[in-house]
Ligand binder design. Structure first.
Ligand SMILES: Nc1nc2c(c(=O)[nH]1)N[C@H]1C(S)=C(S)[C@@H](COP(=O)(O)OP(=O)(O)OC[C@H]3O[C@@H](n4cnc5c(=O)[nH]c(N)nc54)[C@H](O)[C@@H]3O)O[C@H]1N2
Ligand SMILES: Nc1nc2c(c(=O)[nH]1)N[C@H]1C(S)=C(S)[C@@H](COP(=O)(O)OP(=O)(O)OC[C@H]3O[C@@H](n4cnc5c(=O)[nH]c(N)nc54)[C@H](O)[C@@H]3O)O[C@H]1N2
Ligand code: SF4
Ligand code: SF4
Ligand SMILES: [Mo]
Length: 886
């Protein structure tokens, strides 16, 4: 509802829901404030935002606009109050800082009202302990923005007010900032009006003279970043204030872990390995060499002998071109992505049962859910911006939270029910939940009658999985299972979020079937605030299979066999009709000697695949291994050619996040050295192979427009529209139509009715024995990303320098292991040495190791067992023994 107000004598129409402060700012009036920030609620304590309304002074942040208001923003009365407030603060405020950084919010206000600071700096108030943030409490004016931001937006409580009255100090909750509970999200810096909290990078490199909006290169949340540039160099990253995804928030990786691009050891020229040594060559030589080797291999062994692996760090356009290159140029369907070792079960499970292999709802629905069940996802560390949002809602009692995870993760601490099951027993747990829902009559009868088939067969399977039976297998108390099932079924709408704790099992795909079964039984699909949300891993893994990086699917995630003709027309060549090998099968084929050449775009296969010893043997047999990356990694030991890729800050394109949202990636700086964006590398390779005419693209937008014609679900998403409206989830089939945010509303993509899929439990082959008594879980930690190639080259490495293994107190005592000792972890497959962390997060008999550092390389230990349906490795369960090493 719009209202009319008069400001300094001029009539305006404004949104009636706004505070007076927001309304005035949107109209372009200068209203200073110290305690107010639009990400925080109004405080009304600094009094700097006073204005005159109908002759009376009010704090504009706590006043709602009202029809007919007469406002003065610059009367003598107003100016006098502001001057007074500023004068008090300026008394002890350091003069130097004011002179050096005139554009800080507080400094602007002082200069506007002619107030000069009088104070000097005290060295003991400066804290330089943190790698990213400089703390200078000489400049703290006690506005409490940082305290509120940390408490209310991030759900941490790092910044606190110590002391009372006139002697209040803002300090972190540790001996110094580096040793506080800070998670380095940088929000406090972003809200601080003075620079008391400041990014180290801008103090070193200077203040940005321009900003470019782009999308975070790390996880599937897809936060939008404002990247600050000075003299062609990135000097700062801030959260985009206009993004619907991250709402002015970021985690440490997006905010600070970007200077890997300037790492001294980044590869900036093409390399060919000669007699075991890398030699720098020109692009022409490198591309020519790869093309001639590929031609030889194709001629000698045929198209089944070559393969392409695509790490989901690249753009949609590049993923599309990589798949097209495999099929058109190499004539093979041996093309796959890292989704194989990640969330392929999620995509496959959702597609099999509902028809669309993506999240059914968007992140916006988190605010509408009454119950959220988080399965096998360490959300606050691995999808922090979403994890913290869920955590805060739970803390405020706005949502009920069920967490299914063997570990007591941070999010589990906020759960109403934490079901700490034995690793690898999810099938039994979810069958027991379904058992309770059916036996207690909690199914949504109407929904099931109208839209769901297969209830009888389903009942036959889950009947035997009583909560008491499940307690014996999973270790979770029968009553806890009952209560969680009741909550999920009745306190609707309910959403399920899940991570790798659900997918990385020998029954990974079937566990996703079960989660979908639960949602179907309870009518938690096709409604706002409900649904099924796989928390997809890498920045663009939701894109990969849909862009065609899949051995059995073409772009749009359509089956190869039925769509061959359509793509033959679009691409103008005959296509190979035989389904290809997936990523796991390619490594097996290399081992057998059947796969001879492999091109890898941004994936460290050696580090990331299980049973590393076998992976290394397999890759060492290849006649040609081409690595396209920014850095040497463990895989490059076996590579013959290294092609230097430009980072996502150095190219245009789009990423698709975990809620199916397609967002722009924008070039912030020119590619460093001779590095090239992957799309240009692919085009050069195609040309050298004699297929130049089939790869005539002048820009990523060109490629995107071809994708739009191949995949109707994104036809309505043009670059121009993304520019205008921001990121859009697919499907958006029409140019003028809004995106479909909630899928399966009146019918599923598979049709009016979906069919339940009962799943019987198969125990993992990795059961503990006397020789290997522990169950090892592998996974992640906040500061490092996957195999660490990027985060290890940033300040994150200072904060978290190495991998660790969490062991329970009881086990550590029994094994004579102290906190920080090095331990050897051994399985039937291999062994690794890691630092022990005694932890309350894991229970007796289980241990959790992180995956990020080659020094430890925990995949030497992990078993090669894979899921029957999608071949995802069983990364979450390996039987091991643990010993202290001296
Ligand atoms: N900081 C950071 N963020 C990341 C990444 C990173 O490396 N670091 N990687 C990105 C990628 S590629 C991905 S795929 C995602 C992964 O994000 P997550 O899915 O959160 O990944 P993990 O840490 O591997 O495992 C999640 C949880 O599964 C639990 N779990 C283990 N076994 C079981 C089980 O049998 N049942 C159940 N229910 N739970 C189990 C573990 O205890 C762990 O807490 O994160 C993305 N975001
Ligand atoms: N034991 C165990 N193993 C696991 C897992 C586990 O939970 N436990 N998780 C699995 C999962 S979910 C995943 S996703 C994998 C992750 O393992 P990897 O696929 O190896 O993942 P990243 O470390 O993200 O490596 C991506 C590479 O891409 C490069 N890169 C970044 N941007 C670009 C670009 O624009 N172009 C090019 N060409 N390269 C780029 C980076 O430098 C980096 O080397 O590990 C799997 N392995
Ligand atoms: S550190 Fe900055 S944001 Fe925090 S209270 Fe002081 S001036 Fe305000
Ligand atoms: S939550 Fe994910 S997308 Fe957002 S800043 Fe962190 S790593 Fe980037
Ligand atoms: Mo992943």
């Amino acid at each position: 509802m719009a209202v009319r107000i008069k400001v300094n004598g001029v009539e305006h129409e404004v949104d009636g829901n706004l505070s007076l402060l927001e309304a005035l700012r949107r109209l372009g009036y200068y209203v200073p404030s110290l305690c107010y920030d639009d990400r925080l609620g109004p405080q009304g304590s600094c009094r700097l935002c006073v204005v005159e309304v109908n002759g009376r002074l009010v704090t504009s942040c706590t006043t709602k606009v009202q029809d007919g208001m007469e406002v003065r923003t610059d009367s003598e009365q107003v100016n006098q109050v502001r001057r007074e407030v500023l004068r008090l603060l300026a008394r002890s405020y350091p003069r130097d800082a004011y002179a050096r950084y005139p554009f800080k919010e507080f400094h602007v206000a002082m200069s506007k009202y002619g107030v000069e600071p009088q104070g000097t700096e005290r060295q003991d108030l400066v804290d330089l302990s943190h790698p990213y943030i400089v703390v200078d409490m000489n400049r703290c004016i006690k506005c409490f923005r940082c305290v509120k931001a940390c408490d209310e937006v991030q759900g941490y409580h790092v910044w606190r007010a110590w002391g009372r009255g006139g002697r209040i100090m803002i300090r972190p909750d540790g001996p110094d900032f580096a040793h506080s509970s800070c998670v380095s999200c940088g929000l406090c810096v972003d809200v601080c009006p003075t620079g008391a909290l400041e990014d180290r990078s801008v103090l070193i490199y200077g203040w940005p003279d321009s900003w470019v909006k782009t999308t975070c290169p790390y996880c599937g949340v897809g936060c939008e970043l404002d990247v600050g540039v000075k003299d062609g160099r990135i000097v700062d990253v801030r959260p985009s204030r206009t993004s619907v995804v991250n709402r002015g928030n970021l985690c440490v990786k997006g905010r600070y872990a970007w200077d890997y691009i300037y790492s001294q050891d980044r590869v900036l020229r093409p390399l060919i390995k000669v007699n075991g040594e890398w030699r720098e060559v020109s692009w022409d030589e490198a591309i020519g060499f790869v093309a001639s080797r590929l031609k030889e291999i194709l001629a000698k062994y045929g198209p089944g002998s070559v393969g392409v692996l695509v790490g989901a760090r690249v753009t949609n356009e590049e993923e599309y071109l990589a798949g097209r290159f495999a099929r058109v140029v190499l004539g093979t369907n041996n093309v796959d992505s890292c989704a194989r070792v990640c969330h392929e079960p999620s995509a496959q499970g959702l597609e099999d049962m509902l028809g669309t292999g993506g999240a059914t709802n968007t992140f916006e629905d988190i605010d509408l859910a009454r119950t959220i069940m988080v399965v096998g996802s360490n959300t606050t560390e691995n999808h922090p911006v979403i994890g913290n949002r869920i955590k805060l809602l739970a803390e405020q009692g706005k949502v009920k939270l069920i967490v299914v995870d063997p570990r007591r993760t941070e999010i589990a601490e906020y759960a109403d029910y934490h079901l700490a099951l034995r690793p690898g027993t999810d099938v039994v747990l979810f069958n027991a939940m379904a058992n309770v829902i059916i036996s207690e009559g909690l199914i949504d009868r109407e929904f099931v009658a109208e839209r769901v088939d297969g209830l009888e067969e389903f009942e036959d399977v889950v009947r035997n999985y009583t909560p008491e039976f499940a307690e014996r297998i999973t270790g979770v108390k029968a009553n806890l299972i009952r209560e969680a099932a009741r909550l999920y079924a009745t306190n609707r709408p309910s959403m399920i979020f899940w991570g790798l704790g659900a997918t990385e099992h020998i029954q990974g795909t079937e566990i996703i079937y079960q989660l979908i079964d639960l949602a179907l039984l309870t009518g938690n699909v096709g409604r706002p605030g409900s649904g099924l949300m796989p928390l997809r891993g890498k920045n663009n893994v939701q894109g990969t299979a849909i862009m065609g990086d899949h051995p059995k699917k073409l772009p749009g995630s359509v089956p190869l066999a039925q769509n061959l003709e359509r793509f033959e027309k679009l691409w103008g060549v005959r296509l190979n009709p035989n389904p290809g090998l997936d990523g796991i099968e390619m490594v097996d084929a290399a081992m057998r000697g059947d796969l001879k050449a492999l091109i890898v775009f941004g994936e460290d296969v050696v580090m990331s695949h299980p049973y590393r010893e076998m992976t290394e043997r397999a890759l060492s047999k290849l006649e040609l291994l081409v690595l396209v990356d920014m850095f040497h990694n463990e895989t490059s030991r076996y590579a013959h050619v290294f092609l230097p890729a430009a980072s996502s800050f150095e190219k245009e394109g789009t990423f698709t996040n975990a809620e199916r949202r397609i967002q722009r990636v924008r070039k912030v700086i020119e590619p460093l050295g001779e590095s090239l964006p992957d799309w240009q590398i692919i085009i050069r390779l195609a040309k050298a192979m004699g297929y130049g005419d089939y790869f005539r693209y002048s820009s990523p937008e060109d490629v995107w427009n071809e994708i739009r014609s191949a995949w109707p679900a994104v036809y309505g998403i043009t670059y121009e529209r993304l520019e205008r409206e921001g990121g859009l989830p697919y499907p958006t089939p029409g140019l003028d139509a809004p995106p479909v945010k909630v899928l399966h509303v009146n019918q599923f993509t598979v049709g009016r009715r979906a069919r339940l899929r009962p799943v019987a439990y198969i125990p993992s082959p990795e059961q503990p024995t006397e020789e290997y008594p522990f169950t090892l879980i592998t996974g992640r930690t906040l500061y490092h990303f996957n195999m660490g190639s990027m985060t290890r080259r940033t300040g994150d490495q200072v904060i978290e320098p190495e991998d660790f293994i969490e062991i329970s107190e009881d086990d550590a005592r029994a094994l004579g292991i102290g906190d920080g000792d090095m331990v050897r972890v051994t399985s039937r497959w291999g062994s690794a040495v890691v630092r022990a962390r005694i932890s309350r997060r894991v229970s007796r008999g289980t241990a959790f190791a992180t995956v990020h550092h080659p020094e430890a390389s925990i995949n030497y230990v992990v078993s090669p067992a894979v899921d029957r349906i999608s071949h995802i490795p069983e990364y979450k369960v390996t039987a091991v023994r643990i010993e202290r090493v001296s």
